[in-house]
Design a protein around this ligand. Sequence first.
Ligand SMILES: Cc1ncc(COP(=O)(O)O)c(C=O)c1O
Length: 389
Amino acid sequence: MEQHLLPTYKRAPISFVKGCGVWLETAEGAKYLDISSGIAVNILGHCNEDLVSVLIEQAKRLWHTSNLYRITNQEKLAEILTKHTFADVVFFTNSGTEATECAIKMARKYHSHNGDTRHEIISFEGSFHGRSIGAISTSSSQKMIEGFGPLLPGCKSIELSDKGKILRSISKKTAAVIIEPIQGEGGIKIVPDHLLRSIRESCEKLGVLLIFDEVQCGVGRTGKLFAHEWAGVYPDIMTIAKGIGGGMPLGACLSTKRASEGMGIGSHGSTYGGNPLACAVGVEVLNQVLSQDFLTNVQKISGYFSQRLGGLMSEYPSVFSELRGSGLMLGLKTKIHNTIFVEAAFEQGLLIVPAAENVIRILPPLNITEVEVDLAIHMLSKTAKSLSH
Ligand SMILES: Cc1ncc(COP(=O)(O)O)c(C=O)c1O
């Protein structure tokens, strides 16, 4: 009964009982092509067979012990993550928001550990880092912050397009800069490489820690393991979630040894973070994403998908105005209201998600096939046709 739920979501009037690959099915047998992957989560598709086997195997053996004891799967997952990234250490969480909290706390603690009182956190307009008080303090969205104050002191949200202002804002009072290399909720906006590089340089010069939020754009989504690899610019701290669990609630805060210096015993914790079940799945997700040809295939299929979306744009100039994105994190800016497009696509049996700036987001599983892309294009085309004039 929906009336017993806190009404924070405007949900579609549908519920699914089964999922397989890129498909979702209702109890009545109606099938929907899901190119949103539960908002960039099911990166290997729904009920990926290998993930299911790993989960069942682990479920039969051990679910939960708490972080009072060593957790082998957590150590394995941390080893893979550190081997393939800038990071030396990992703290596991159950969500992206918790990873943001860990990142902010770590940044502040780093400075206090070094005898510095700086606590200012710089973020960017349009960014999204989660819904806790800490995370919304880094947001500029009235809808997210109104009525929840007072927020964390020292948080400043800067316009992403104003490079001069950004660089002038970073100072010796700044503890950290937090940025999504590609804004997801903000409308699939890629931060230009030169801007990431300049921010990195300023941070370096002024002793500021740089946090990349790769909760949405990370774990293979752009065709590299992490989106910042395209720019060759590396953070001190990085938050991840969504894709790493392939559907299991799992997130993490990765960092260099230096940035984590202040985080000693008792400084942070989580009852469930890094539990055996979620980490077993996380290890299998990375085994697949890091297997030979996987990321090359993401690059190939995303090239095909964007080329087809480009065609769609020219076919329906009254509906679409811009194609955005990188890899399989794609966005189409619509001339009609994006939620009207999302609802019309839903009527065609296609699941997509809206984002800011009137963009519709396309975030399919990373192993989507060319045939499935063609089908998605066909459904998008039918949707656009039904709305064009
Ligand atoms: C970039 C980014 N950061 C953080 C979050 C928060 O993650 P979660 O909803 O898992 O708490 C999200 C969720 O959409 C996100 O897209």
